[in-house]
Design a protein around this ligand. Structure first.
Ligand code: TNX
Length: 602
C-alpha cells in the first residue's frame, strides 16, 4: 500500500487524495483477485519437509524463504533435455501465477536468479563438478536429516534444491533428477499453484536445502486397460499423476480375456476383433500404433518409462476370438465379458503359437523405447508343468531376441533363468520358495504384494468399487510395509522396486481410477522413493493431508480416507468467487509444442 497520497493523473487522485473517479472495473478486479488469493493461500507457508515422497535430507532455514517475483526468469543450462524440464516448470507455474516466466539460457556465473536449473551432464549419471554455487543456508537453520545423501552423490535421478531469498536453484546430474526436483518445488509452493487460472497469491517457497535421491530405481503403477478400455487422454492423465510423485514406470496391461488393446500389423484382427469387448459388454477399444507412440512420448517427456504387457499363455481369450488357429482344438471361443480368470490359453504345442508370440512381441518391442517387455505368465491354470515352463522359456528367448529385458508375474519363477529377468511378486503371504529360488538364480524382483499394493482392493467394506480378495487396503496398509524386507529369503539388493497395479474389472471411469489411486498411490510412491529411515506413519499422514487441497484444486478425484487429517475445505459461504471450480480436464498436447521431448519413437 502507498504511504503517501498519490498525485499522479493515472491514479485518478487529486493532490488532496480525494478520488475524482470511481475505481475502474480493472482496478476492482485486481483488488478482488488479490483478496481471493489471500483466502486461497494456506494460513502458514508450506514447510520444507512437507514433501511426498519424503526427501532423503531436509535442512530448513526459515530465514531464507524465497518469494517468486512477477518478473522471474527460469534460467537453465544449454542441454536440450534440461531445457525441456525448464519449459515444463514454466508450464506448471504460469497458469496460477499469471507470470510470463521466460526460459533463458544460464549465463556463466549467473547470480541473483529466480529459478535456476544447473549442472546437467547428460548420460553420465553423476552431477557436473562445480555446479553447486548456491549460498549455503544460514541463520535460524533447522536440520532434519532423515536419510543421508551427499550433494555429490545424486545418482541417475537425484537432485539438490537450494532455496535462498535470492534464488531457487535445482541441481542434478541428469534431466530426470531436475524433473524430480521440479516436482518437489511444485509441492513447496502454496496449494493454489494447482489452479489453472491466475490467483493473486504470494508465491513463497520455504528456505533451506533438500538433497534427495530414490531408494529403488523402479517405481511404478500398472493400469489394466484390458478389462475396461481407457482412452489415450485418461492414460496421459495417469502419467501426470505418476510424475507428481516421482514414479518412473507405467506398466500397461494391454491384453486379457476381455480385450486386446494394441494394434498389431502382422495379426491385424487382434485389435479390431479382439478389442471390441470389455467387462460388462461395453464397446472396448484399442490403441493404434500412433496412439501408443503418443503415450510413450508423453511419458518420456515426464521421465516415465512405459512397460507394455502382453499376457501369455493364459488370459488370451480375446486373441483366440480373433484367431481361432491359436486355440487348442482350433475352435473360436465366444467373446468374454465376465471377470473369471484362468480358463483361456494359446496352444503351447502348436508352432503357429510361437509365430504369433514372436510377431506380436517384435512389433510391441519396436514401438517401445524402454528396456522392458512384460510377458504376463499369471494364472495359466490349464498349461501345467513342463508345458508351461517350456512355453515361458521359449518366450523369454523371443524377448531376448528383441533386445528387451523380460518381466513376468512371479508364476514364471520355475522357468529357467535368463539374463536380467525380473519377476513381479503379487502374492499375499510374503513367502514363496520358488520365487526366492529364482532370485538366487539371478532374477530381480518388483514388489506388488496383493495385500498392500493392489489398488483395485477396496479401502473399506463400503468402498463403492473394487474387490477384497486380497483384503481391504486402507492408506496405512498401503504404507506400512518394507519392500526391502518383504519376501522371505529375498535380500533388499535383489529388489528392483515397487509397483502399484490397478486392475479394472470394476473400475470404469477416469474418476474411479483416480479414486482408487488417491491417496494410496502417494503412499506406495513414498515406499519406493524414500530412504527407510524416513518411514513414519504419523508424519506421512500429516504430509499427505496437505495434498487434499492440491487435488481438489487440480480437479483430481480422491478418497477422503478417515485416517488422514485432511484440512477443512472452505464452504461455499466463505469461498472467494475466484476459487477455481474443480474440473477434470484432459492433459493438453503441450508435449508436441516442446522443442526437445525426449523420445525415440521416430
Ligand atoms: C489377479 S494379479 C490377477 C488379475 C486380476 C486381479 C484382480 C494377477 C497377475 N492376476 O488377472 O485382475 O487378480 O484383483
Amino acid at each position: 500500500m502507498p504511504t503517501t497520497p498519490p498525485t499522479s493523473p493515472e491514479t485518478g487522485l487529486e493532490p488532496t487524495g480525494l478520488p475524482v473517479h470511481r475505481p475502474s472495473a480493472a482496478d476492482l478486479a485486481r483488488v478482488a483477485a488479490r483478496a481471493a488469493g489471500e483466502l486461497l493461500a494456506p494460513p502458514a507457508p508450506v514447510r520444507l519437509g512437507d514433501v511426498v515422497p519424503a526427501p532423503a535430507s531436509v535442512a530448513a532455514d526459515p530465514a531464507a524463504d524465497f518469494t517468486l517475483p512477477a518478473d522471474a526468469v527460469i534460467q537453465v543450462s544449454a542441454d536440450p533435455a534440461a531445457r525441456d524440464v525448464a519449459v515444463q516448470l514454466a508450464e506448471l507455474l504460469r497458469p496460477a501465477t499469471g507470470h510470463p516466466l521466460p526460459v533463458t539460457e544460464l549465463p556463466p556465473g549467473g547470480d541473483g536468479l529466480a529459478l535456476t536449473l544447473t549442472g546437467v551432464t547428460p548420460d553420465t549419471g553423476t552431477p557436473a563438478a562445480d555446479t553447486d554455487t548456491a549460498a549455503p543456508a544460514t541463520g535460524g537453520q533447522t536440520r532434519t536429516t532423515t536419510g543421508s545423501v551427499a550433494a555429490d552423490d545424486l545418482g541417475d535421478e537425484g537432485y539438490r534444491l537450494d532455496v535462498t531469498p535470492a534464488a531457487v536453484r535445482i541441481t542434478a546430474g541428469t534431466a530426470a533428477g531436475l524433473f524430480h526436483g521440479v516436482q518437489t518445488l511444485r509441492q513447496l509452493l502454496p496449494a493454489a499453484i494447482e489452479s489453472r487460472t491466475p490467483v493473486d497469491a504470494r508465491w513463497v517457497v520455504p528456505g533451506g536445502v533438500i538433497v534427495d535421491r530414490p531408494r529403488f530405481p523402479y517405481r511404478g503403477a500398472m493400469l489394466d486397460v484390458a478389462r475396461h478400455f481407457f482412452p489415450v487422454a485418461d492414460v496421459l492423465r495417469v502419467i501426470d499423476h505418476l510424475a507428481r510423485y516421482k514414479l518412473n514406470h507405467l506398466h500397461l496391461h494391454l491384453t486379457d480375456d476381455q480385450g486386446w488393446r494394441i494394434a498389431v500389423d502382422s495379426w491385424p484382427a487382434l485389435a479390431p476383433v479382439g478389442g471390441a469387448t470389455e467387462v460388462g459388454g461395453g464397446p472396448g477399444g484399442h490403441y493404434t500404433a500412433a496412439d501408443y507412440r503418443r503415450i510413450v512420448r508423453y511419458a518420456a517427456r515426464r521421465h516415465v518409462t512405459v512397460v507394455p504387457e502382453i499376457d501369455l499363455p493364459g488370459h488370451t481369450n480375446a486373441a483366440l476370438v480373433a484367431y481361432p488357429e491359436l486355440a487348442p482344438g482350433k475352435v473360436a471361443p465366444p467373446p468374454y465379458t465376465g471377470t473369471e480368470v484362468g480358463f483361456s490359453y494359446v496352444d503351447p504345442a502348436d508352432e503357429r503359437t510361437y509365430d504369433f508370440v514372436a510377431d506380436v512381441l517384435g512389433e510391441v518391442a519396436a514401438l517401445t523405447p524402454g528396456p522392458w517387455l512384460h510377458i504376463g505368465g499369471d494364472e495359466a491354470f490349464k498349461v501345467k508343468g513342463a508345458a508351461y515352463t517350456g512355453f515361458v522359456e521359449r518366450t523369454q528367448r523371443i524377448v531376448a531376441a528383441t533386445g528387451k529385458t523380460v518381466v513376468g508375474w512371479h508364476q514364471i519363477a520355475p522357468a529357467a533363468h535368463t539374463a536380467d529377468r525380473v519377476l513381479q511378486w503379487w502374492g499375499t503371504n510374503g513367502d514363496d520358495p520358488e520365487t526366492a529360488e529364482a532370485v538366487r538364480r539371478g532374477a530381480r524382483l518388483i514388489l506388488s504384494p496383493g495385500n498392500h499394493a493392489y489398488l483395485d482392493m477396496k479401502y473399506a467394506p463400503d468402498t463403492p468399487v473394487g474387490h477384497d480378495w486380497a483384503g481391504l487396503i486402507d492408506v496405512r496398509r498401503a504404507y506400512d510395509w518394507d519392500p526391502g524386507a518383504h519376501l522371505a529369503g529375498v535380500p533388499a539388493e535383489a529388489v528392483l522396486g515397487v509397483e502399484a497395479p490397478l486392475w479394472t474389472e470394476s473400475v470404469t471411469t477416469r474418476a474411479e481410477v483416480e479414486f482408487m489411486l488417491f491417496p494410496r498411490l502417494p503412499a506406495l510412491a513414498e515406499l519406493a522413493w524414500s530412504p527407510r529411515a524416513t518411514h513414519d506413519w504419523a508424519g506421512f499422514r500429516d504430509r499427505l493431508a496437505g495434498h487434499g487441497p492440491r487435488w481438489s484444486i487440480a480437479g483430481i478425484t480422491f478418497h477422503r480416507s478417515p485416517e488422514v487429517p485432511w484440512p477443512a475445505e472452505r464452504t461455499a459461504d466463505d469461498r472467494p468467487t475466484a476459487r477455481p471450480v474443480p474440473t477434470q480436464p484432459g492433459p493438453d498436447d503441450a508435449e508436441t509444442a516442446a522443442p526437445t521431448a525426449a523420445t525415440t519413437d521416430g
